[in-house]
Write a protein that binds this ligand. Structure first.
Ligand code: AFP
Length: 323
């Protein structure tokens, strides 16, 4: 099996990007080691602080953020970074060529119950040689030059798109290398599996309530087929399942906090996942537009998300657009 650097070289990626992706993989390998030690290392539970999102930080949120931040600040090719756990962007190397946005540990509420969690990352080319600002990050997701996640599950897996399709790599505990295990990930266009937090159903907008109600009617309803449901409460896990076997995932707007467009963050959750999903043949929307075409307004901006199997996502969107 080919190692990650070998595959990236075969994709003729620029050497600085290969080095950056290898550095991110190294950081995620360290995070995986911390997670696997769990209670033995005393890394479970809350850190006793909140992040910019007003969310209680888990100890592993902070540990994962510190690991990646230290590696990226020391990486010559990184101009600046943005993290779910950092209020502002963090300037790195003035001659750096890349901007990196990341969610160091997605699905933190799963940590204390030994559930799956993941790291999500998004990479842009840095603009011309000016002092870097938040505005430099605020570009449509379609301009990402690479995006991916590491899923800390029964096996540690990296999903990556850096120009040519989507590949899966699996961390081999013997060699401690990420080895290529899927050369060309492709999402089936149709599905009978949906992922949404049903406990919020009464708060959703009417089109999403109607769409889900029709799924629940199964073969006796307008869809004329039965559906299964999964909800891991870690976007990385739900997206990984969809990349493996299809499905539709949504975290829609709901009226619990009407001014909040959704729960998921555009720059370091929705954008990188949308790039992976589209490059694997799927669709990734808010409730009205393709995620990758959005013009971001601020680094921690939230958006509603509907993504997965192309035909199913477009069917869901038709409930919102009436087409
Ligand atoms: P945490 O990182 O706070 O656990 O949130 C994870 C997440 O952002 C995303 O990964 C999940 O799909 C979603 O939130 C789960 O949200 P609910 O806990 O409201 O179901």
């Amino acid at each position: 099996m080919q190692r990650l650097p070998q595959v990236l070289q075969s994709q003729l990626l620029q050497p600085a990007l290969i080095t950056l992706l290898a550095t991110l993989a190294d950081g995620c390998r360290d995070i995986a080691r911390q997670i696997s030690r769990g209670a033995v290392a005393g890394v479970l539970g809350n850190a006793g602080a909140e992040n910019v999102q007003g969310e209680a930080q888990k100890k592993l949120d902070v540990i994962a953020n510190d690991i990646l931040k230290a590696l990226l600040l020391a990486e010559p090719s990184v101009r600046a970074l943005a993290s779910e756990e950092e209020t502002e962007i963090v300037a790195a190397n003035p001659d750096g060529r890349f901007l990196v946005a990341f969610d160091p540990l997605d699905g933190s509420s799963n940590i204390d119950i030994n559930g799956s969690v993941g790291t999500i990352f998004s990479i842009f080319e840095a603009p011309g040689a000016t002092p870097v600002t938040e505005a430099d990050f605020l570009r449509p997701g379609r301009q990402q030059i690479a995006a991916g996640y590491v899923l800390y599950g029964p096996s540690v897996m990296l999903a990556l798109t850096a120009g040519q399709g989507v590949q899966f790599y699996t961390l081999d505990p013997v060699s401690n290398e990420f080895l290529l295990t899927s050369e060309r990930v492709a999402i089936p266009a149709q599905t009978q599996e949906f992922a949404i937090n049903m406990s919020n159903q009464r708060f959703w907008a009417e089109p999403m309530r109607r769409y889900i109600a029709d799924l629940l009617l199964g073969k006796d309803g307008p869809r004329k087929k039965n559906f299964n449901m999964r909800w891991v409460a870690a976007m990385v896990s739900d997206v990984h399942r969809i990349l493996c076997r299809g499905g539709i995932f949504s975290y829609p707007w709901d009226r619990r906090e009407p001014d909040k467009p959704g729960k998921l963050r555009l720059m370091y959750e929705a954008n990188p996942m949308a790039l992976l999903i589209e490059r694997a043949g799927g669709e990734a929307w808010t409730d009205a537009a393709k995620i990758l075409d959005l013009q971001p307004e601020h680094i921690h901006q939230r958006v509603p998300v509907i993504l997965g199997s192309a035909e199913e996502v477009l069917h869901c969107i038709s409930y919102h657009t009436g087409r």
